[in-house]
Design a protein around this ligand. Sequence first.
Ligand code: KIV
Length: 273
Amino acid sequence: MSTAKKSNKKRITTNTLHEMKQEGEKIAMLTAYDFSFSTIIDSAGIDVILVGDSASNVIHGHETTLPITLDQMIDHACAVVRGAKRCLVVVDMPFGCYQGDEQNALKSAIRIMKESGGHAIKMEGGRHIADSIKRIVNAGIPVMGHLGLTPQSIYQFGTYAVRAKEELEAQILIEDAKLLQEAGCFALVLEKIPSNLAKQVSESLEIPTIGIGAGPHCDGQVLVTHDMLGINKEFSPKFLRRYASLHDIMTDAISRYIEDIKNQDFPTQEESY
Ligand code: KIV
């Protein structure tokens, strides 16, 4: 008999997200990169976990998301999938594994799905990657799009400032959003764009939009878990709401542990065999 525990809660799928948009229920998404966080976030009732390439920053300590590799993303995704019993797990395609051509993009997407057990992938960009998205969707792999501030293009933007404030860029974004829907994306992340533009895009699409720094009118919201839990203290953009101050809580616990060892207060007789 298998000892594996099976949750009796129904798994969230891309169809569930579509129904949530139709019914006006907001979608909650957070990032995770390992088993422990995935278990906690999933048990708390999240709808979607994103194995974000923000792992490059918050886990690996890089300045940008560019250095993380496909192998590293698959490793993170494997651990997250083991902890996620109910939510949909979406895995970011990292920089360099899909920008080349459609074949290259499909090969990378298949590696993620086969090796990690994730349920969908996410790709940054608009019209230039629409053909790759079609190819991947036709292979049976659900794709989440990502427009607005796309951190893999940071050296082209030169800044992490709000995107699409000007009419021309806003118009291109609206067109790209439609193209991504037509290409078969099941949802779309909108990052750091004006609230009114996110509203217009969300209302014009059938697929759900998930915002980060894109205001309240998106069909869902996503934050980087390490940011919203206050594990990172330095990063504090206007759109970030901190739900805990784990940096301070952890620092205090670790300091007390060190002190107890130095003072020979730990372990006591009761904590020994
Ligand atoms: O990598 C990531 O965490 C993301 C979210 C910020 C949307 O792409």
